[in-house]
Ligand binder design. Sequence first.
Ligand code: NAD
Length: 479
Amino acid sequence: MTQFQYPAPKLFIAGEWRGVEGRDTIPVVNPATEEVIAQLPVATIADLDEALDAANRAFAQWRATSAFERATILHRAGQLMRERAVHIGHVSTVEQGKVLAESTAEATASGDIFDWFAEEARRAYGRIVPSKQPGVRHNVLKEAIGPIAAFTPWNFPLTIPSRKLAAALAAGCTVIIKPAEETPGTCLELARALDDAGLPKGVLNVVFGHPAQISEHLIASPVIKKISFTGSTAVGKHLSELAARGMKKTTMELGGHAPVIVCDDADIDQAALAMARSKYRNAGQICIAPTRFYLHDSVHDRFVDAFIGHVTRLKVGNGLDPTTTMGPLANERRLGAMASLINDAVGKGARLQTGGARVGNVGNFWQPTLLCDVPNTADIMNIEPFGPIAVTQRFDDLDAAIREANRLPYGLAAYAFTASSSRANALGERIEAGMIGINFAVLTGPETPFGGIKESGHGSEGGIEGLDGYLNTKYVAQA
Ligand code: NAD
């Protein structure tokens, strides 16, 4: 690749790129070096109104575009994401921090998400229901909901916007998206790919600014028919309240605090390797990251030794360095959060087994950390850490372990390891989570539903459910 330069971030409204001219700005910071790499334009109220108008006008045209034609554009965008994966990976790593191999893989995976939904667009079937009355036809139609407001976080600056955009656009909806201000460039690369693929003007609009101001303005507009948010449970509840005022549909992908149950008959080495890889990917800033490890008493120490064996091989550093295996936290406020969770747990009797401190004094680097025998009174047993910290407790009764796994209001992802198929069945049925990995750690793919229950939200992204989230069901009785 020729010398990489971080592209100046812009707003994308009605098919036009709008820069900082005459607008307030927000600095974009590289979390590995603390350097300001760009100034992000803040959308004015006039910008937001123009985005609303563009999304509204474009909806009439886009919903009437054949599914086949929509699919062609989405496939083309997916192909461009794959072709540009190395460039997009660099954009993502310098603004978000994750290692380049992960960022590049995210761009390639985004292409796959667009391919999946392009194909699903052609299968948005309705049905005809047999009628009791002769000559009457009961038609069930699937129709695009309308313009969508989407809000996405900084931890997967490409995967999360891709899931929302690919599904919404495939269904025939138009979108105004506000990606995280920390990581604007990556989603803008996605917008560029869609623009280059021939997406009509106004079908996609990208805005940035003060999150609360933008969400209040967009959600209150009668133009917006659905809200799709990924982020913390607290913000998700707030946006749900705003949506309820207009009885608008929502998809909420919120926080998690994934439990891991390791039974005494499990393959401990396999479990430790799979969980160490999952835990510290993206420096633990993943809503489905395994966090609360409930380990059978007879295998606790063996699991911890094997897990630490993998942790000590991690190399923390700048994601652009090819030898790095764990990058920095995405922003400075996460450093304070890590310190306070660890100090609180140790103060309440937890044993710090490895890690526990910041690395260096430039960049948001934190050591991969494992705390053992952490009491339920510790904050970290109750609050999502969203960072590179895992915690353990011991159990000798599986029912008690399942009760502990289900103790929190979260219900996003969970993991379990056992060699027994009857235990595997019971764990799959009894753990309260939207996604469960049993002897397996990979829970994301375009073809499978992704989403939580309880306070981790509702709605699924991915799979056939992903498309359905952007369709209304209409019943037409015809005599
Ligand atoms: P946050 O909830 O404040 O922010 C998450 C995202 O939501 C950001 O991109 C932010 O711009 C946006 N946001 C915040 N307030 C908003 C509002 N009023 N309207 C619209 N968008 C708004 O959290 P944070 O400090 O950035 O991250 C910390 C916590 O967020 C984590 O502990 C974790 O619980 C959660 N989080 C979850 C996910 C996920 O994938 N589920 C992703 C990122 C963060």
